[in-house]
Design a protein around this ligand. Structure first.
Ligand code: NAD
Length: 487
C-alpha cells in the first residue's frame, strides 16, 4: 500500500507575539508648552490627555496652546531669529547634526512613543519614521553652508519666523521635514503638532534642550485646529508651512491672502498605482500592499487608486487578496504587526462612512477576516472592485487601509484615468519596460512618481504636490527654497 502524497496548498505561519516593551520609556505625566527654550504652563490654554488608539487609554497629559501662548511663542521666535541667522553656517549645521545624533540615541524610545500615541506598527516607527527624521536633520546639516548653491548661486537670506503645522500620520517625521530646512536656512520656528499625536514632538523638544539650541529658535506648541488657525493669523510671522488636509489648506490660503507671508501647502492625495501587464506581478503586489496598507493607509501619498491593466486584473486581484490574508492586524507594539490601530475615533468614522458609500454606490467590498481587539480603533484591510471612476471611493481621500481597483486597456487610458483627479501628489508605475515607465511618468500630473516601488522616501528627494495636493517642495535642495529670500 502506498501512502497518498502530502497535500501542500499554501504555507501558513503562526507568529508568536513579539511585543516591544515600553518599560524603559520615561514619559512625564504632564507636558507643558515648549516655548522660549523651556516647558511652560499654558497662559490661556488647557491641558488634555492624549490617548493610545490601540487601547483608548491616556498616555500622558499635554498642554494645548491658547492665543496668548501662541503670541508668546511667536514673540520668542522673533527675538531669537537675528541671532540664529547671524551664527556662522558651520555653527548652525553643528546644532542640526547634534539633533540628528540625539534622535538616533533615543531612537528606540521615540519609536515606541510614536506607536503608543499614534497607533502605527512599531516596525514602521522603528524602521521608517525615526531613522528618516534623523536623516532629514543630517541632510540639512550638510546644506547649511551651501545655501546659495542650492538656488543656482544667487545670494540668499532667511525668510524670518516660520509657523509650521503638521498632521498626525507621521508626527516626528513631519516635524523633522519642517524644522530641518527652516533652521538650516537661518529661520526660527513655531511648530504646532496635531492634537492626537503631540508626544514625539515634545520628546523632540527635550532633544532640542539637550542639544542646547538657543531659546526661541524652536517653540513647540501642541493644540487643536483652533490653535492652528490662530497661529497662521499671528501678525508677526513671515512664512507658513502646512501639511494636512486640502480643506484646511484652502482656509489657510484665504487667511493669508494679501499678507506678505509666504506659504507652502502639502495636502491630501488620491494617488494612482498603475500596474501594466508586463510588470513583475508578485513584486507589484508587494508594492500595492506597501502602497496602501503602510501606516494603515494614513499616508498622504497612499496608492489608494489601483489601476490594473485589464489582461492581468484577475490575476493581480487574486494575488493581492491572497497576500492581504497574510497581513497581521493588531497590537502596534508587536514587532510582527503589519497594520496597527486607526489613529482616532473620528478618523475611523470617516473611513467607515466612505466605505459605506462605496457599498451603496455598487462597488464590491472585500475586507480580510481578522480578529480585531475589543478596545481601540481598528479597520480590517479592504479592497473594492467593480469601482467606477465617479464613485466617491475613487475620488475622495479615504486615508485608511482601503484600496479601490479600476482597470484600463491601453497606456493612454491609464494616463487619462490616473490624471482624472483633483489631486496630484504621487503615483506608482509597475512595468518592466524602462521607456514606458519614463513616458508614463512624464505624462502624469503628480509630484512624485515611483517606478517599480512605492512609498519610498529619501531626504535628498523633493516631495510635494500638484493641483489640490498643494504647492512647494520639501526635501533635497528644492526644500531650501521656501525658507530663503533669494536676491
Ligand atoms: P487636518 O488638516 O485636519 O490637520 C492637520 C493639522 O492642521 C493639525 O495640526 C490640525 O490641528 C491643524 N488644523 C486643523 N484645522 C486648522 C485650521 N483651520 N487652521 C490651521 N491649522 C489647522 O489634517 P489631518 O486630518 O490631521 O491629516 C490628514 C491630512 O493630511 C490628509 O488629507 C493627508 O493627505 C494630509 N497629509 C499630507 C501630507 C503631504 O505631505 N502632502 C503629509 C501628511 C498628511
Amino acid at each position: 500500500m502506498t501512502t497518498p502524497p502530502e497535500v501542500r496548498s499554501r504555507i501558513v505561519w503562526d507568529y508568536a507575539p513579539a511585543p516591544e516593551s515600553p518599560d524603559h520609556v520615561r514619559l512625564r505625566d504632564s507636558y507643558g508648552l515648549f516655548v522660549d527654550g523651556d516647558f511652560r504652563d499654558p497662559l490661556d490654554g488647557t491641558r488634555v490627555p492624549t490617548l493610545n488608539p490601540a487601547t483608548e487609554e491616556p498616555v500622558a497629559e499635554v498642554a494645548f496652546a491658547g492665543p496668548a501662548d501662541l503670541r508668546r511663542a511667536v514673540e520668542s521666535a522673533r527675538r531669537a531669529q537675528p541671532g540664529w541667522a547671524a551664527l556662522s553656517a558651520l555653527e548652525r549645521s553643528k546644532y542640526l547634526f547634534r539633533i540628528a545624533r540625539l534622535i538616533q540615541e533615543r531612537a528606540r524610545e521615540l519609536a515606541i512613543v510614536e506607536s503608543l500615541d499614534g497607533g502605527k506598527p512599531v516596525r514602521e516607527s522603528r524602521d521608517v519614521d525615526v531613522p528618516l527624521a534623523a536623516a532629514h536633520f543630517f541632510h540639512y546639516a550638510g546644506w547649511a553652508d551651501k545655501l546659495s548653491y542650492g538656488v543656482g548661486g544667487r545670494a540668499v537670506a532667511p525668510v524670518g519666523v516660520a509657523a509650521q503645522i503638521v498632521p498626525w500620520n507621521f508626527p516626528l517625521l513631519m516635524a523633522a521635514w519642517k524644522l530641518a530646512p527652516a533652521l538650516a536656512c537661518g529661520n526660527t520656528s513655531v511648530l504646532k503638532p496635531a492634537e492626537t499625536t503631540p508626544l514625539t514632538a515634545l520628546l523632540l523638544a527635550e532633544i532640542l534642550q539637550e542639544a542646547e539650541l538657543p531659546p526661541g529658535v524652536v517653540s513647540i506648541v501642541p493644540g487643536d485646529g483652533a490653535a492652528g488657525a490662530a497661529l497662521v493669523r499671528e501678525p508677526d510671522i513671515d512664512k507658513v508651512a502646512f501639511t494636512g488636509s486640502t480643506g484646511v489648506g484652502k482656509d489657510i490660503q484665504a487667511a493669508l491672502a494679501g499678507r506678505p507671508v509666504s506659504l507652502t501647502l502639502e495636502l491630501g492625495g488620491k494617488s494612482a498605482n498603475i500596474v501594466f501587464e508586463d510588470a513583475a506581478l508578485d513584486q507589484a503586489v508587494e508594492g500595492i500592499v506597501n502602497g496602501i496598507f503602510f501606516n494603515q493607509g494614513h499616508v498622504c501619498c497612499a496608492g489608494s487608486r489601483l489601476l490594473i491593466q485589464e489582461s492581468v486584473a484577475d490575476t493581480v486581484i487574486g494575488k493581492l487578496w491572497e497576500r492581504m490574508g497574510r497581513l497581521r492586524v493588531g497590537d502596534p507594539l508587536d514587532k510582527n504587526t503589519d497594520v496597527g490601530a486607526i489613529n482616532s475615533r473620528e478618523q475611523l468614522e470617516r473611513i467607515q462612512s466612505l466605505v459605506s458609500a462605496g457599498e451603496e454606490e455598487g462597488a464590491v467590498r472585500r475586507s480580510i477576516a481578522c480578529e480585531l481587539p475589543e478596545r481601540g480603533w481598528w479597520f480590517a484591510p479592504t479592497v473594492f472592485t467593480e469601482v467606477a471612476p465617479a464613485h466617491r471611493i475613487a475620488v475622495e481621500e479615504i486615508f485608511g487601509p482601503v484600496v479601490s481597483v479600476l482597470t484600463f486597456r491601453t497606456q493612454a487610458e491609464a494616463i487619462e484615468k490616473a490624471n482624472n483627479s483633483t489631486y496630484g501628489l504621487a503615483a506608482g508605475i509597475w512595468t518592466d519596460k524602462g521607456a514606458k515607465a519614463f513616458e508614463v511618468a512624464s505624462a502624469l500630473q503628480a509630484g512624485v512618481v515611483w517606478q517599480n516601488t512605492y512609498n519610498h522616501f529619501d531626504p535628498t528627494a523633493a516631495f510635494g504636490g500638484y493641483k489640490e495636493s498643494g504647492f512647494g517642495r520639501e526635501g533635497g535642495p528644492a526644500g531650501l527654497r521656501p525658507y530663503l529670500r533669494v536676491t
